[in-house]
Design a protein around this ligand. Structure first.
Ligand code: UDP
Length: 325
């Protein structure tokens, strides 16, 4: 019997590439799509020899054509770090608005079930803690994160409209901070920033006084939650993340201990609209999907550190990974 097909956009990115692996392992035929602005083919190069994997180099903001049947579509194409939004704000807006529209249109034509990657950024700088799916958020539409946050909010709205108006089978995952192998070393996110700095023997750049909090989920746990959500029959947004909250200062201290660096934490100005606290309420994922994270930060950080250590010196000292077009 022919394998069922899954389209994954953002396939060459951090999360997209791990999803490709998961769906290949589950016995699907995976079509990966990416325009490679922030994605990196090295994340999926191990899949190219497989007959059950294909890659389309395409920008999902433009009309998407995929031949044949599709069972599932996972829309994971988007820049996903504050540094990227500043560099490529228009592409960031387009991929989650025009791109999501194209993906939903494709899903409708194919009769495919579609899961879109939303984010804890829809809660903005939250006034409710921890954040449950019922909280509507506190987003600044015209601030530096506006292009990402508002595009993701639009993504949720248009996905709900296709569900309600066209009876499309849709799923919305709200992803909280996630880490693991294949994160981009220089994407500006705190974990690759701190580990990269430790490996280069630089001081670790803590923004503000480090009292802001985040809660970090290991990528394998996230992928499991997404897989379960896709297969569920629940169409409203579901938070997937690890509720183990930590201040950025404590996190920096953990990285110093893990890497054994003799460098120290230094404080740089806090970026505008940087959320002061973030922690997912995962009661819904627990109840609906029987899901909760299994990998502790200690275990996950060890694996991730090994990955960053395996990168070449050239990679480690490169200041910029991509030319933005
Ligand atoms: N951060 C930091 N130093 C860095 C990069 C980030 O202290 O070199 C802080 C940042 O201000 C934020 C937190 O770490 O409070 C998480 O930042 P990240 O960009 O990883 O994700 P997000 O803000 O989207 O959660």
């Amino acid at each position: 019997m022919a394998r069922e097909k899954v389209l994954i956009t953002g396939a060459a990115g951090f999360l997209g590439s791990h999803l490709c692996d998961r769906f290949i392992n589950q016995g699907y035929h995976v079509i990966g799509m990416d325009n490679l602005i922030t994605g990196d083919l090295r994340n999926i190069q191990h899949l190219f020899h497989l007959e059950q994997f294909e890659f389309f180099h395409h920008d999902v903001s433009k009309f998407v054509f995929v031949p044949g049947d599709l069972k599932y579509i996972l829309h994971f194409a988007s820049p996903a770090s504050p540094i990227d939004y500043l560099k490529i704000p228009i592409q960031t807006l387009k991929v989650s608005s025009l791109g999501t529209h194209n993906i939903l249109g494709l899903a409708k034509v194919k009769g495919a079930k579609v899961l879109v990657a939303s984010t804890s950024e829809v809660y903005g700088d939250p006034l409710v803690h921890p954040q449950s799916e019922e909280y509507w958020g506190n987003v600044n539409p015209v601030g530096p994160r506006g292009c990402y946050d508002e595009a993701k909010r639009f993504m949720e709205a248009i996905t709900m409209a296709y569900h309600d108006y066209h009876q499309l089978e849709t799923r919305i995952v709200r992803i909280f901070n996630t880490y693991g192998p294949r994160m981009r070393l220089n994407d500006g996110r705190v974990l690759p920033a701190f580990i990269g700095q430790a490996l280069r023997k630089e001081d670790l750049t803590m923004f503000g006084d480090g009292s802001q909090t985040r809660a970090f989920c290991y990528v394998d746990d996230l992928v499991e939650g997404i897989y379960r959500l896709l297969l569920s029959d629940y169409h409203l947004p579901v938070n997937i993340g690890n509720p183990d909250e930590i201040t950025i200062k404590e996190f920096g201290e953990e990285i110093i201990k893990l890497t054994g660096t003799s460098q120290k934490l230094i404080s740089l100005p806090l970026p505008k609209d940087d959320p002061k606290q973030r922690k997912p309420d995962i009661s819904k994922a627990k109840a609906l999907l029987g899901w909760e994270p299994k990998v502790t930060r200690q275990e996950g950080l060890k694996i991730t550190y090994e990955y960053f250590k395996s990168l070449s010196n050239e990679e480690l000292f490169k200041t910029e990974h991509r030319q933005f077009v």
